[in-house]
Design a protein around this ligand. Structure first.
Ligand SMILES: NC(=O)C1=CN([C@@H]2O[C@H](COP(=O)(O)OP(=O)(O)OC[C@H]3O[C@@H](n4cnc5c(N)ncnc54)[C@H](O)[C@@H]3O)[C@@H](O)[C@H]2O)[C@@H](O)CC1
Ligand SMILES: Nc1ncnc2c1ncn2[C@@H]1O[C@H](COP(=O)(O)OP(=O)(O)O)[C@@H](O)[C@H]1O
Length: 291
């Protein structure tokens, strides 16, 4: 079979995922690091998404002031409090608290609810070298802005890196933040090459070897606040089940889009909440598994 490429992306369909076989469940632990003072809920969305796709243990790390509230909101998770910078951002000093956790996790999701590019960059510089060898890392939100500005920060996790940018973050990853991203396939391929990562951008998945897949299932209802946090968590949960990164990105994007389809009769396209996607995901996975 010819390799998918940028001029002929392979369509991501339920039939393709069934052909690949179900992602299964593992014993995986997912660590989600994010949750600055003004965005504590993003890790909740990512964390529950990771549990919904098969992670067995969930660890959430947010600024200390939000830790106990988050623990009550997500009783399934272990919660770690992080030091906070004066700006309310997660401080670079959080690396000391997270060192053992990143060494033990089966997948790490870094970014949901991070709000400051400089603190995040300094945190990545300290933390990424401590992630266990072979453990996949998903970067989202300001972690993407940080590596867009300083691509070398991600070098310790090259080859096991997965990026889930929105269009603004994609422009940073391309090193051209002032230019709007217009062609998602071209942008995803260039980002994958530049950052040696699997990229999921608006339904397009590209890997660093030049393979490209495209999902047409999504719709504008998914452009809802927190939607990207859910997507990053879905990928993290699949990676914790030892799913190959490109396949994890395809599975996650398709499950996300199908969850959105299921909501339309109840919410329409304009009334969809990111948290509502979470309850649809297991039903979508059951449908995909059962054929
Ligand atoms: N904005 C929203 O509606 C929501 C935001 N959430 C979280 O809130 C945080 C902020 O998200 P926003 O979408 O408001 O962020 P912005 O609109 O300020 O920025 C969008 C992206 O651009 C990049 N960026 C911005 N300024 C940059 C700079 N100076 N240098 C390099 N990169 C830069 C970052 O990658 C950032 O994620 C994220 O961590 C996100 O996960 C979520 O909690 C859900 C709701
Ligand atoms: N208009 C759209 N059409 C199709 N899919 C979309 C649309 N908007 C968002 N999505 C899907 O939702 C995902 C997350 O949306 P995004 O805007 O990147 O979230 P966030 O800004 O929260 O990071 C995208 O990667 C894509 O899969």
């Amino acid at each position: 079979m010819p390799k998918p490429n940028r001029s002929d992306p392979t369509p991501i369909t339920s039939a393709l995922l069934r052909e690949w076989g179900p992602p299964g469940t593992g014993n995986g632990t997912v660590l989600v690091v994010g949750g600055a003072r003004r965005a504590p809920g993003a890790v909740l969305l990512s964390g529950i998404a990771a549990l919904r796709t098969g992670a067995v243990t969930l660890q959430l790390a947010v600024v200390e002031r939000h830790a106990s509230a988050l623990g009550l909101a997500v009783p399934e998770a272990l919660v770690v409090g992080l030091p906070e910078a004066d700006s309310g951002a997660v401080s670079r000093d959080a690396a000391d608290v997270l060192a053992d956790l990143v060494a033990d996790a089966d997948a790490v999701v870094l970014g949901p609810g991070l709000t400051d590019v400089d603190e995040t960059g300094a945190l990545l510089e300290k933390l990424l070298p401590l992630v266990a060898e072979d453990t996949p890392v998903v970067l989202d939100a300001f972690a993407l802005g940080a590596i867009g500005t300083h691509p070398e920060l991600a070098e310790p996790v090259h080859g096991r890196l997965l990026l889930t940018p929105n269009t603004v973050e994609a422009a940073y990853l391309l090193g051209r933040p002032e230019d709007p991203v217009e062609d998602f396939v071209d942008a995803a391929v260039e980002i994958a090459e530049r950052h040696r990562a699997v990229v999921s951008l608006m339904g397009v998945v590209a890997d660093p070897g030049g393979q490209v897949w495209r999902d047409a299932t999504g719709h504008v209802g998914l452009a809802t606040s927190g939607s990207g946090d859910v997507l990053a968590g879905l990928v993290g949960g699949l990676l914790a089940c030892a799913v190959d990164p490109a396949r994890a990105a395809c599975w996650a994007g398709h499950a996300h889009a199908m969850a959105g389809q299921r909501l339309v009769p109840r919410t329409g396209l304009t009334g969809m909440l990111a948290r509502e996607l979470l309850d649809e995901v297991p039903l979508v996975l059951v449908e995909l598994r059962m054929g």
